[in-house]
Design a protein around this ligand. Structure first.
Ligand code: FDA
Length: 325
């Protein structure tokens, strides 16, 4: 019951100011977001890769309000990629990006001037072209150091634009990945379309507050959809990335991979930094590719609140630390 309330709070500016300013917040945030700067995150990258883990790096931030912030987001990724270059990790450290942070929801300059979008981008938010223009240099820079970028999935209203940007980027960078969310009704069809040769698709349950018109609301329905979609990905020709901490789905994933005749390097598991760390190491020790989604940066509020919403015990821990101060 608490999850939807926390997810609603994740979009509230007032809550953002309250939570971000509370001195007790920081230690709880650190569990999920282990750094604010590139200098702090590079040693973590080294530590995790030394343990046999792979990474996908997220510079936290979303829902920006100006084109300058979108450019700053682009530059933050470019700085990170530049720093990763000397580590020569190749695809062992890839990038995850949220297009809202690259300007996807902003009015584009032409929309603002003309009072409305026209042309091919009219079907999308005005910032579609802006986001594409900002994310492309990041994908290019990643390719130059031998790695890839995956486009995260945000709320359902953004997905047509995200998939169109994904398709556009794949023309030059076919290895660009994307995320699909099992809770959405549309996702089974998206998975069939995306399970083509060379595609990289991360399947997750879904972390946003979505209405009953577009998404399953019950956990058991979401889990059943997850299995159906994962089967489609495993039987397809692409590279499935199993984004979940759910022990049942992890063992079903292993079984589906075996049945589809996939070798250990023909799919991977992905989990979030700070969640079930022992399981990361166990899967890696078994010979699986295990990628840890590692977020860093200062604008951590939205990411942090979604982690609280996923597990009420996190919120109780957080609330206890607030009252005990
Ligand atoms: P579930 O929520 O059932 O959790 C299973 C178990 O894992 C729990 O019982 C608990 O032990 C542990 N656990 C899960 N979440 C926890 C938490 N926050 N704190 C502590 N323990 C926790 N979503 C999205 O909409 N768009 C995206 O792009 C992504 N990207 C993404 C990347 C990766 C690598 C992962 C793992 C997840 C995402 N997600 C996401 C988030 C995803 O949609 C989902 O909200 C979380 O993964 C939680 O769902 P689980 O599959 O882990 O199952």
């Amino acid at each position: 019951m608490l999850g939807p309330v926390i997810l609603a709070a994740s979009r509230s500016d007032r809550m953002r100011r309250l939570v971000s300013a509370a001195p007790v917040t920081k230690p709880v945030v650190d569990r999920f977001i282990p750094g604010e700067t590139v200098d702090q995150i590079v040693p973590i990258v080294r530590e995790l890769t030394d343990q046999g883990l792979e990474l996908t790096m997220d510079v936290v931030g979303e829902d920006i309000t100006t084109p300058a912030q979108a450019e700053a987001a682009r530059d933050a990724y470019l700085e990170l990629i530049d720093r990763l270059k000397s580590l020569e990790l190749g695809t062992r450290a890839e990038m995850s990006v949220k297009l809202s942070m690259f300007g996807q929801a902003l009015p584009s300059p032409t929309t603002a001037l003309n009072g409305g979008a026209s042309g091919p981008e009219a079907a999308f938010h005005g910032g579609h072209e802006l986001a594409l223009g900002n994310v492309r240099p990041v994908v290019e820079a990643a390719a130059e150091i031998g790695t890839t970028v995956t486009l995260d999935a945000e709320d359902h209203t953004t997905l047509d634009s995200m998939f169109a940007i994904h398709e556009e980027l794949r023309k030059d960078f076919p290895q660009t990945g994307c995320v699909i969310q099992a809770y959405l009704f549309r996702t089974e069809a998206d998975a069939r379309r995306l399970a083509d040769s060379g595609s990289r698709v991360r399947l997750v349950k879904g972390a946003y507050k979505e209405p009953a018109e577009v998404a399953y609301q019950q956990r058991h329905e979401i889990d059943k959809a997850y299995v159906r979609i994962l089967r489609t990905l495993m039987e397809g020709e692409g590279y499935p990335m199993i984004g979940s901490h759910d022990p049942r789905l992890i063992s079903i994933g292993q079984e589906l991979a075996r049945t589809a005749g996939r070798k250990l390097d023909e799919y991977e598991f992905q989990m979030l930094y700070g969640i079930r760390g022992d399981e990361h190491l166990r899967l890696a020790a078994e010979g699986h590719r295990m990628r840890v989604y590692t977020a860093y940066g200062t604008d951590w509020y939205g990411y942090f609140m979604r982690r609280l919403a996923e597990k009420p015990a996190n919120l109780r821990f957080f609330a206890r630390s607030m009252v005990s101060k």
